[in-house]
Design a protein around this ligand. Structure first.
Ligand code: GRG
Length: 308
């Protein structure tokens, strides 16, 4: 993928082991939280939600939330339920985005999309269920005060709402309907909302849980934006240079669907440069954090230097 290497001082094996531990905790918490709903009167809803939520995924957003907590000197396990709530919201957005009324996609997370496996209406409802269950999980989260819960509900509702992820999706649809090629600034604003907003939720969520002061919260929100934009640009690049096996969906779909992307607007080399610049800005913020931020630094690099 992009060139660039990690600082030689990082103890990579140790960090990867820690990342694996976090990943394992996220997977088992998602499973456990969903099991609590297995006796829903209509088990098909539970099964459909499970199919999408527990399909193989990178878990970027919950990992970022846990790693940020660690970098703020707060026990990362305190962020586990909010991190799972965020992953539920992200998964709902993917389910809805794949529906025939939106992108009408056949493959997601290396498997047939949910509406290919279950009746379309159940896919819609499974998405709705994950979105609403996320807030139930959030308000029942252990180790978190009531005022922090209110702040977290506000943060997740705002970043996933009409001026966040859903707003970004609306801009995307309007741009396609207009059949006009947007400027890079316009496209970046769409990505800011559609992709980066949930990354901001991961970073700001951690800041809320760790009781970070407001100036640090602002820096972490900016870090979420930088990482989100870099992540999205790399997503656009992988649609051209990646392999179907690794990205879990067909490559070249943006070109086939005449989508305007960072690559179609800027060209491959400049798109790589812009992603790299966002990573450099992200690194500056990460290095200024008060506690051990090695894992966060490693994650930031992995978001950009990835093949899937
Ligand atoms: C339908 C409300 C609604 C919103 C849809 C998230 C989204 C907005 C659309 C999905 C399509 C897309 C390209 C979104 C940009 C963000 C992105 C790259 C999502 C994929 O996230 P990954 O790569 O996926 O983290 P996994 O499967 O690893 O979780």
């Amino acid at each position: 993928m992009l060139s660039g290497s990690l600082p030689p001082t990082l103890q990579i094996t140790e960090i990867e082991e820690r990342l694996e531990t976090f990943r394992h905790e996220i997977e088992s918490s998602l499973d456990r939280l969903l099991q609590q709903k297995q006796y829903l009167p209509h088990s098909i809803l539970f099964e459909a939600a499970r199919y999408s939520l527990l399909s193989p995924a990178k878990r970027v957003r919950p990992l970022l939330m846990l790693a940020t907590c660690e970098a703020l000197g707060h026990p990362p396990e305190h962020a586990l339920s909010p991190a799972c709530a965020l992953e539920m919201i992200h998964t709902y957005s993917l389910i809805h985005d794949d529906l025939p009324c939106m992108d009408n996609d056949d493959m997601r997370r290396g498997k047939p999309t949910l509406h290919k496996m279950y009746p379309e209406a159940y896919a819609l409802l499974a998405g709705d269920f994950l979105l609403t269950y996320a807030f139930e999980v959030l308000v029942a989260a252990p180790h978190i005060s009531d005022s922090q819960k209110v702040a977290l509900v506000h943060c997740l509702a705002e970043t996933s709402g009409g001026n966040g992820m859903i707003g970004g999706q609306v801009i995307d649809m309007a741009m396609e309907a207009a059949k006009l090629s947007p400027s890079w600034e316009h496209l970046r604003d769409m990505h800011d909302k559609k992709t980066a907003a949930l990354m901001v939720a991961a970073l700001d969520g951690a800041a809320i849980i760790a009781n970070a002061p407001s100036n640090l919260r602002k820096q972490l929100q900016q870090l979420g934006k930088d990482l989100g934009l870099a992540f999205q640009i790399v997503d656009d690049i992988l649609d051209i240079t990646g392999s179907e096996e690794e990205i879990g969906k067909p490559v070249g779909s943006d070109v086939r669907n005449h989508k305007t992307t960072a690559v179609s607007l800027l060209g491959l080399e400049q798109a790589k440069e812009v992603a790299q610049n966002h990573l450099v800005s992200a690194e500056t913020i990460i290095r200024s954090l008060p506690y051990n931020s090695d894992l966060l630094l490693y994650l930031a690099h992995k978001l950009v230097h990835r093949s899937k």
